[in-house]
Design a protein around this ligand. Structure first.
Ligand SMILES: [Zn+2]
Ligand SMILES: [Zn+2]
Length: 140
């Protein structure tokens, strides 16, 4: 998700209605680096639109995912999380606090080069790498 205006324009071009609820969801997602779940987004948007249903939030997230505006992360076995940063990057998942964070290695990571390559005739379109473990806060 680059910016809210571009996302709104994409929705319009697809013939989808732009509602104040949807714009709020876009705004909440845009700068979110916490990899929220649908429930997290729902709780936040409820404060702005008390009558919004979970289904509306969930469907909007699915549409955004289908448009490649956000990524769906399936590392947490309990629930799906969303990431507005759609570039290829590595995620860590802490099995204690269940936090998902972006993992930024100091050196270039070969896997990131895999994401746009062709190997044995196979065109790679995206690559997903999850590292599972215990974060710094939880290991003390
Ligand atoms: Zn942790
Ligand atoms: Zn991320």
């Amino acid at each position: 998700m680059k910016d809210v205006e571009t996302t709104i324009e994409k929705f319009r071009q697809t013939g989808l209605k732009i509602t104040p609820q949807r714009i709020s969801i876009f705004n909440l997602l845009k700068d979110d680096r916490e990899h929220p779940s649908a429930e997290d987004i729902y709780k936040r948007v409820l404060k702005i639109h008390p009558s919004i249903s979970f289904t509306t939030v969930y469907k909007t997230l699915q549409t955004l995912r289908d448009m490649d505006e956000i990524r769906e992360l399936s590392i947490n076995p309990e629930r799906v999380h969303y990431d507005p940063a759609t570039d290829d990057h590595i995620h860590t998942f802490c099995t204690v606090c269940r936090n998902i964070e972006d993992f930024m290695p100091d050196h270039s990571c070969e896997y990131l080069e895999l994401a746009s390559s062709k190997i044995n005739g196979f065109h790679v379109q995206s690559a997903e790498v999850y590292l599972t473990g215990i974060c710094e806060d939880c290991s003390v």
